[in-house]
Design a protein around this ligand. Structure first.
Ligand code: 13P
Length: 256
């Protein structure tokens, strides 16, 4: 991380876990633990049905609440989907867009990601845009091309004054939920490549202000090393964000 230029952000992505009552209990346990946190922003991205409970439970704390997805259309015949306006009224600040699980299981493409990013920004949310290569793409040594393409298309027609609100999460697919973390050097290499791509698109000043997170089996044990790298500005955390003590330990690593 490099706090001189950009914010450190630790975000949990709960995926399809936690009921509303579990949400309340988890946030109430987490709140006192993170009371003194100064140097990093904390976010919990939770299932739609938990958002209202989470916003209420997090009130008066520094924990911001986010959604895990949203639709790009304002309303209409999209059974099972949720719009930006609906989320806005629930009080979210962040929204995860283009997670690899949504790309894999729900047909998200770079193009739908781009539409969602623009709607999120128009709605005043900070999009957490997920990019990352598959195991095959890493083994074929094309991760740089893959990640650059994802970033470029995700940010198409996003103006420079808005791009600073975007958070990029580098999540190598082979490291998600597998217990296999990218080494700190691997994570930094890709985050630095993303920043270089942003520099080409938006110039040096904007590029150095954008928070780029790492995600993929980040936990209490490996967080400090990953976050010690200059281009890794935070984490997007799955499994370890479900337990208050584990999530708190990662936050502490980022708060140093
Ligand atoms: P894990 O931390 O469980 O590997 O999940 C990472 C992730 O996909 C966060 O979005």
């Amino acid at each position: 991380m490099n706090r001189r230029y950009r914010k450190t952000i630790i975000a949990g992505n709960w995926k399809m876990n936690m009921t509303p009552s579990q949400t309340k209990a988890m946030i109430e346990e987490l709140k006192p633990l993170v009371k003194e946190v100064k140097w990093c922003e904390m976010v919990l991205c939770v299932p739609f049905v938990d958002i209202t409970t989470a916003v209420k439970a997090a009130k008066g704390s520094k924990i911001a609440i986010g959604a895990e997805n949203m639709h790009f259309e304002p309303k209409g015949a999209y059974t099972g989907e949720v719009s930006a306006d609906m989320l806005k009224e629930c009080g979210i600040k962040y929204v995860v867009i283009g997670h690899s699980e949504r790309r894999q299981y729900f047909g998200e493409t770079d193009e739908t990601v781009n539409k969602k990013v623009k709607v999120a920004l128009e709605s005043g949310f900070r999009p957490i845009v997920c990019v990352g290569e598959s195991l095959d793409e890493r083994e074929q040594d094309v991760w740089s091309e893959v990640v650059r393409k994802q970033v470029k298309i995700a940010l198409k027609d996003v103006p420079v004054e808005d791009v600073k609100k975007v958070v990029i999460a580098y999540e190598p697919i082979w490291a998600i939920g597998t217990g296999k973390t990218a080494t700190a050097d691997q994570a930094n290499e890709v985050c630095a490549t993303i920043r270089e791509c942003l520099r080409g698109l938006y110039g040096a000043r904007a590029a150095r202000a954008i928070t780029i997170q790492y995600g993929g089996s980040m936990n209490a044990k490996n967080a400090a090393e990953l976050l010690s790298k200059p281009d890794v500005d935070g984490g997007l955390i799955g499994g370890a964000s479900l337990k208050p003590n584990d999530f708190h330990a990662i936050i502490e690593a980022a708060n140093q």
